[in-house]
Design a protein around this ligand. Sequence first.
Ligand code: AOF
Ligand code: ZN
Length: 341
Amino acid sequence: MTATPAEHDAMRRALDLARRGPRGVNPQVGAIILSADGEILAEGWHRGAGTPHAEVAALAHLAPGDAQGSTAVVTLEPCNHTGRTGPCAEALIAAGVSRVVYAIDDPGDASSGGAARLRAAGVAVESHVEADAAHALLDSWLTVQALGRPHVTVKWAQSLDGRAAASDGTSQWITGPAARADVHRRRAEADAIIVGTGTLLADDPALTARAEDGSLLPHQPMPVVLGERAVPAGAAVHRHPLPLVQYAGDLDEALADLRDRGVHRVFVEGGPAVAASFVRGGLADEFLVYVAPVLIGGEMLALRDLGVTTIGEARRLSVHAVEKLGDDLLIVAAPATEGVS
Ligand code: AOF
Ligand code: ZN
């Protein structure tokens, strides 16, 4: 049996519930308990590490016995481990749930196995329901689990002919206000924002996420600079509410250290050399390319050399979205064959 339309609806609602939880070391998870005839009996979501998991939060609304014969719709495979809390698979079995529908598998070594445990107890289990939406919600958390590093978005703005600056280095402003506002909104969703020392010295960016009136948005990404050159004492980035973190060496080490600091989502903002080093290292999970209808010509390409000498080595991407922002275009793309599934 596949999932019913009511179960798909419940999953979409469970994903909305999941979004109420905080992004952090634990995933955002939502759960809904449906009666045998598809009525919502209870809802729950995970409120962060150390608090009850979504399934347990939902079951807590029901009197003993009320979940007997019910269906649990959960955005992540119910866990099968005792971590900060007990195993959700056991809680569902104990409550008498007879069917579990979930979106994506739990990738954790210790926490996975809930589906098998449920089936062993005679519970019907259906997976991969609304899986794409659940993937999108948990992309950074899944990247951290699978690859041990934060999810990396590489962003640049370019002319229609692929240039990021004029020959004298001037680059402000290639794109218009709508595109810039979109960048700030996305910066505010990142845990860290990375630039190279070249960009920092050339543009003196504040690396803050700002509203259109210039005020700071509530969530600020940690400012990070890559490279060995010293950051001047008067640099605008020193007025960022969070202290600047600088890495001189290896990209992988920088990302591992950021992960250890709780960073799940980084936004790489420049310039062409830093962007190219992420691409060369296979470290770019997502691309945001803002394209302005302007021609610059010349040598100042948006991306430095990738070591591609023959077309078979070109990095193929798939386009996930194209948006019109004022006069500009935003292309959202990702490596065609990579990605966590
Ligand atoms: C679920 N439902 O709502 C969540 C799950 O240390 P703990 O006990 O908080 O466990 C954290 C792990 O449990 C986390 O890494 C992930 O694998 C899973 N999260 N599982 O069944 C939930 N938040
Ligand atoms: Zn759990």
